[in-house]
Design a protein. Structure first.
Length: 810
């Protein structure tokens, strides 16, 4: 959309001409002059109408500005960014919201919206509540906190994972340790920490052992213009980074500009390859390590590996660079060639029956990857959200390492792409006096068997073992209490026992399945009912942030998180320490002032409020570990050796000292291992199909899941290959039951060749809707997933499941 009524300033921001209209003061905000082309057409008497910049702050990997058209105090429709020329080459791109953000109005005014504070009167999960006043709710919470602190201490208080509003600044829900709840609890003696997250628990640890620094970085998507070949493992930006000015936009524009061929390795023909002339290589879930080992075999045998790179930058490729502590023949090359402990050469014929990819296709992949330079190797986060995702994520990196593509333009590291954001001073959460931490995924265990959990068995950090179980849960902007955490029936049984976890407080906008398990429910404001900065606008070369202003008054009796925490702080005797005498608006101004002091290029607060979005194009592509590549002595990596660790001594030590569940493997090398509920688990006799989840365009996890038009636009179905469907008498559109030992779901089948035979796929995030006989008619995949943690990160293996499918009688 070209701007006609406003002039453009540098970077394509709208400068509002004074003649464009008068600024009408809103309570707590300033409305924008009316200039929308669409609205002009619809309504020429626009004096009573305002357009207010807001934002979509959910956890979808993007962040989008929304322009709320408000009439008589009601949002009547939603538009998105209309600034700039929308020209990629000029790095002046409109950050256009996806179908979800554009339907935010329907989420705000949804019949499921929470209206008043509630107190549970039925059993947990039953959804029976009575309306109470805010004062009553606060009294209950404060009394419970005091009792639990006295009886168990602060380590019994837990802040559950929740990303519903991670894009906010005041409203920021994730990381939990940086939320306002954390600030409040830090002023009240602290709480039990968690490390890791549901998104990246395994890769964060896996790639830390390879590249160091806690995280594996990749080149920016914009750098794909320099690539000659792009190889992606389970990466689906078309569905998981949907913002128009965000990452998928940079991906598409860059790939279109380069001559690079794209190869997608994924059990599903995902939306990123769909409709493009790309090569799809389907494989069995959880077998990427076998494929990669066989590609490595071909590359070694054909001399396609970059030996000088391996010698100079890496530890443990061959005997030359193996650490002194490592046993003989424990290097990667020996493992691949069959000279290691298992005496098995990882030939394409060895890999074929494991991953289900024909040996000649594997050979061809090896040739393409080994002989085309530069080659960008990328992974999404799907293959690491698995039973041994730590090893799988390290294996993908091996392809980039063997070919010497790390640290160069057009290359990559095997990690996911990096993005850039504009540094912003965050709301200070203060310091937690408690240092003990569990993995984000182990909280149900910490309720049920907390004092049995140890450092070497369960990954407890900061202490050898937990001293107390979890007794109090804060659940702010999260649906992980039920919907998004694995094995709903197990969670249900644990939470139903009110003697174990004694108090659950849910702060949300909607009556979610998690809210139904709360003892106290507090109705929060949506982003449209308050002002906040929306941060971390994700883009390759054009980071941005948004001023999300208050568009409408609070609905019903809902209160914002800042007010809720301030009110509770008052009752806890720490009001002054919590607020520091500032209102929410005061904090926004304060944080922005601190940010601007570090970054004087930013517009002043009022200008920012009016222009809504600030974009900052960056000229250079980001190349991960570029400095290390140039000079590894002076720019060492964060690993103990300062080099890329193919063989990790740290992992070798952990493998020897931790107590692992039978069948779990931690290994110093990225080797292929069997794991629970994999393709070779004997349990397949009973449950023969591998079930993977995926993140779906009609929702952000469960958020937006109750919006009717979105449900209609992209329906939940179980993807099944015709071979698997027809052998079970299932036709496209039939209703089916999916089940395993943990639960059962009823849903419609989508019979499609877009899925690997033997594998079925179900989108994650659908709203759990049990029908009284424990069958989930809502088709929430977590009815079927497992709480068995991954070996190293103790993280969620939610894409690793065995199931069976049967047709349901019509
Ligand atoms: N099986 C399976 N499970 C998964 C995954 C998977 O791939 N497969 N993915 C996992 C991943 S990667 C993640 S990140 C998690 C995500 O799990 P969650 O962080 O729980 O994400 P959502 O389901 O979107 O829940 C966010 C909640 O915040 C609420 N919310 C939205 N806006 C606001 C607001 O302004 N204020 C308040 N108070 N609440 C708000 C929403 O109503 C919703 O209840 O799920 C994990 N679960
Ligand atoms: N629309 C939308 N976008 C989102 C979200 C959302 O809920 N909705 N959630 C956001 C969040 S919090 C996150 S963490 C990211 C998640 O981003 P990802 O984790 O990358 O997304 P997924 O869809 O879980 O997985 C990506 C792909 O991996 C494939 N895959 C699964 N198992 C394997 C395997 O063993 N090997 C290989 N090679 N591929 C495999 C899946 O089929 C899928 O196509 O998405 C973000 N974006
Ligand atoms: S869900 Fe994500 S891509 Fe869609 S509008 Fe919201 S922030 Fe943008
Ligand atoms: Mo995530």
């Amino acid at each position: 959309m070209k701007m006609t009524t406003n002039s453009l300033t540098r970077r394509g921001f709208i400068k509002l001409s004074s003649a464009a209209g008068s600024l009408a003061a809103l309570a707590g905000g300033v409305s924008l002059p009316f200039f929308s082309r669409a609205a002009e057409k619809n309504d020429t008497t626009a004096a009573d109408k305002q357009v207010v910049w807001s934002a979509c702050t959910v956890n979808c990997g993007s962040r989008c500005p929304l322009r709320m058209h408000v009439k008589d105090g009601e949002i009547i429709f939603v538009e998105t960014d209309n600034t700039g020329e929308d020209d990629y080459d000029k790095q002046d791109v409109q950050v256009r919201a996806c179908l979800r953000g554009r339907s935010l109005r329907r989420r705000i005014y949804n019949p499921d919206r929470l209206k008043y504070p509630l107190k549970r009167i039925g059993a947990r999960g039953e959804g029976k509540f009575k309306r109470i006043s805010w004062d009553e709710a606060y009294d209950e919470i404060v009394a419970s906190l005091a009792r639990i602190r006295k009886d168990y201490g602060n380590e019994a208080i837990y802040l559950n994972y929740g990303t519903g509003t991670l894009g906010g600044t005041v409203t920021k829900s994730w990381p939990q340790g940086r939320s306002l709840i954390a600030r409040l609890m830090n002023l009240n003696g602290g709480y039990l920490n968690h490390y890791g997250d549901y998104s990246t628990g395994q890769i964060t640890q896996g790639l830390d052992y390879t590249y160091g620094g806690g995280w594996g970085y990749g080149n920016s998507f914009s750098d794909l213009v320099n690539a000659k070949l792009v190889v992606q493992f389970g990466n689906n930006p078309a569905e998981t980074r949907m913002s128009g000015g965000g990452l998928v936009h940079h991906y598409v524009e860059s790939v279109n500009r380069s001559d690079a061929k794209v190869i997608m390795i994924d059990p599903r023909h995902n939306d990123t390859v769909a409709g493009r002339n790309d090569q799809w290589v389907p494989l069995r879930p959880g077998t990427d390590t076998a494929l990669i080992s066989a590609i490595a075999y071909e590359m070694i045998c054909n001399d396609w590996v970059d030996q000088p790179f391996l010698d100079k930058y890496c530890v443990g490729y061959d005997a030359k660079s193996l650490p002194a502590s490592a046993p003989k023949n424990s290097d990667y090359k020996s493992y691949i060639l069959g000279k290691g402990e298992d005496n098995t050469a990882k030939t394409p014929l060895w890999a074929e029956p494991i991953c289900g990819i024909p040996a000649d296709v594997i050979k061809d992949l090896a040739k393409q990857i080994g002989t085309t330079k530069p080659c960008a190797i990328l992974q999404g986060w799907g293959l690491q959200r698995t039973a041994n995702g730590e090893i799988a994520s390290r294996a993908v990196a091996m392809l980039a390492i063997l070919t010497g593509n790390v640290g160069i333009n057009g290359g990559g590291t095997g990690a996911r792409e990096s993005d850039s954001s504009i540094p912003f001073v965050r709301f200070p959460a203060l310091t937690n006096p408690v240092e003990t931490a569990i993995s984000h995924f182990m909280w149900t265990d910490a309720i049920a068997r907390g004092t049995q959990m140890t450092a070497t068995k369960d990954g407890v950090r900061g202490k050898d073992k937990l001293d107390v179980p979890i007794k109090f849960i804060w659940n702010y902007a999260g649906n992980c209490l039920i919907n998004q955490h694995s094995d709903i029936n197990r969670t249900d049984a644990i939470l139903k026992n009110e003697k174990d976890c004694e108090m659950i407080v849910v702060i949300d906008n909607h009556m979610t399945s998690s809210a139904k398990y709360a003892d106290i429910v507090l109705p929060d404001l949506t982003i449209a009912e308050q002002s906040d900065f929306a941060m971390d606008g994700k883009a390759a070369n054009m980071p941005y942030f948004i001023f999300a202003d208050k568009a409408i008054e609070p609905q019903f009796e809902s209160r914002g998180i800042y007010q809720i925490c301030s009110d509770l702080a008052k009752r806890l005797g720490v009001e002054q320490e919590f607020t520091e005498g500032r209102t929410q608006e005061g904090w926004l101004r304060h944080l922005y002032q601190l940010t601007r002091a570090n970054d004087p290029m930013l517009p002043d607060f009022e200008t920012m409020r009016q222009q809504g979005i600030y974009k900052r194009p960056v000229k250079e592509h980001f190349v991960a570990y570029k400095d290390f590549r140039k000079d590894p002595i002076n720019n060492p990596l964060g690993t103990p050796s300062g080099k890329i660790e193919i063989y990790s001594e740290r992992l070798a030590n952990i493998a020897q000292s931790w107590e692992l569940t039978e069948g779990d493997v931690i290994h110093p090398l990225p080797v292929h291992v069997s794991h629970a509920e994999g393709y070779d688990d004997p349990l397949r006799k009973e449950y023969p199909l591998q079930l993977v989840g995926f993140h779906f365009k009609s929702r952000t996890h469960s958020t937006y899941g109750s919006v009717d038009v979105l449900k209609g636009a992209a329906r939940d179905t179980l993807w099944m290959n015709p071979l698997d469907a027809h052998s079970r008498g299932v036709e496209n559109g039939d209703r089916i039951r999916i089940f395993n030992g943990r639960g059962e779901i009823h849903i419609e089948a989508k019979v499609t060749p877009r899925i690997m035979p033997g594998t079925v796929a179900l989108s994650q995030g659908a709203w759990y809707a049990p029908d009284g006989s424990k069958v989930d008619q809502g088709a929430c995949i977590n009815t079927l997933t497992s709480q068995r943690p991954s070996p190293l990160a103790k993280s969620n293996p939610q894409h690793t499941n065995l199931v069976e499918v049967q047709a349901l009688q019509a």
